[in-house]
Ligand binder design. Structure first.
Ligand code: SF4
Length: 320
């Protein structure tokens, strides 16, 4: 059986001032049904652009090559009409800022139920389904709440309403781009618990994009680490955080000690992220890598499998 989503050799070029810029470069990974895959990296790593390509909302002028196989069917060549039909139903998206994603002039109930109404569900049934959805995502008093407007909701409740909107189409995959970044720490934890519960109870797969390792350590079953548009490392969340194989992943992990042990001391990541427009030659991480040798500056490291489900692109990976 084909995996839910298999990305193969995906590259994305965006128009830039001095010609096209390769923001995603030869990226391949799989999102399995019912699992949460985390795309992690600093700004400019290409993680958001990869997710944006999956939902089909790339900026105008973007050139895509490679394949994005949705249950075996290539999203890259799929007619726009079919992609639109898939959006919300097969694949839904939760945005970072629910304030911007919700329409302030429409009630929450109306927005959550829109996809159901468009699908021809009778009004009474829509109302009942929406109230049930609001209840499932932990919005208290959904009978009253569904008739309220976004400004009557707190930040955390708005993000819950976004999750309800995503669930309304019964998607098989939810893309979540920094879904908790705009929220305070306690609310963050509750939203992450909600996302985990949805994966467990509804069996919905998730592609979670975040720069925040703590978020990933909480939620991701599999982790894909990106740097300057390329993948550095793929593995289970547990393995990647506890014994990172790529020096970049290692540097990320030691910069956030809470991911591993509460007593470790944080070592800040040296230097600043490489921009895809000026991607260093060879291994793009070499200017910041403590392990770099001559070869790293000239030869692009190929992705290789180091264990089952574990891949790394480095000439001199860490012992795992
Ligand atoms: Fe460091 Fe070289 Fe590995 Fe790149 S290939 S991460 S520069 S050791």
């Amino acid at each position: 059986e084909a995996p839910l989503l298999r990305i193969e050799h995906l590259s994305i070029d965006l128009p830039g001032q001095d010609g096209p810029v390769r923001v995603v470069d030869d990226v391949s990974f799989t999102v399995a049904a019912g699992r949460t895959t985390g795309l992690i990296g600093e700004s400019g790593s290409g993680k958001t652009m990869t997710a944006t390509a999956v939902i089909g909302l790339l900026p105008p002028g973007a050139a895509v090559s490679g394949r994005m196989l949705w249950q075996g069917e290539d999203l890259v060549t799929m007619p726009e009409q079919d992609r639109r039909r898939l959006r919300g139903r097969g694949i839904a998206m939760i945005f970072q800022d629910p304030q911007a994603a919700l329409d302030p002039t429409q009630t929450i109930g109306r927005q959550v139920g829109e996809i159901l109404r468009r699908g021809g569900m009778p009004a009474k049934e829509v109302r009942r389904t929406v109230i049930d959805l609001l209840d499932r995502v932990g919005i208290p008093d959904p009978e009253t709440r569904h008739a309220q407007f976004p400004h009557q909701y707190s930040g955390g409740l708005r993000q819950r309403a976004m999750v309800a909107t995503a669930l309304a189409g019964s998607p098989r995959l939810i893309l979540a781009d920094e879904p908790t970044t705009a929220l305070d720490v306690t609310v963050q934890a509750r939203i992450l618990a909600l996302l985990r519960r949805i994966r467990d109870e509804e069996g919905t797969a998730m592609l979670l994009v975040s720069h925040d390792l703590r978020v990933m350590a909480h939620v991701a079953d599999e982790v894909v680490v990106m740097y300057a548009g390329r993948i550095c490392e793929i593995g289970s969340g547990h393995e990647v955080f506890n014994s990172p194989a790529h020096p970049y992943t290692r540097a990320l992990v030691v910069s956030v000690p809470a991911v591993r042990s509460k007593t470790a001391i944080a070592e800040p990541l040296p230097g600043s992220p490489a921009s895809p427009a000026e991607r260093p030659s060879g291994c793009p991480f070499h200017p910041r890598c403590a392990k770099a040798q001559d070869r790293c500056g000239s030869e692009v490291p190929k992705m290789r499998q180091i264990a089952a489900g574990r891949q790394v692109a480095c000439h001199f990976p860490e012992e795992t």
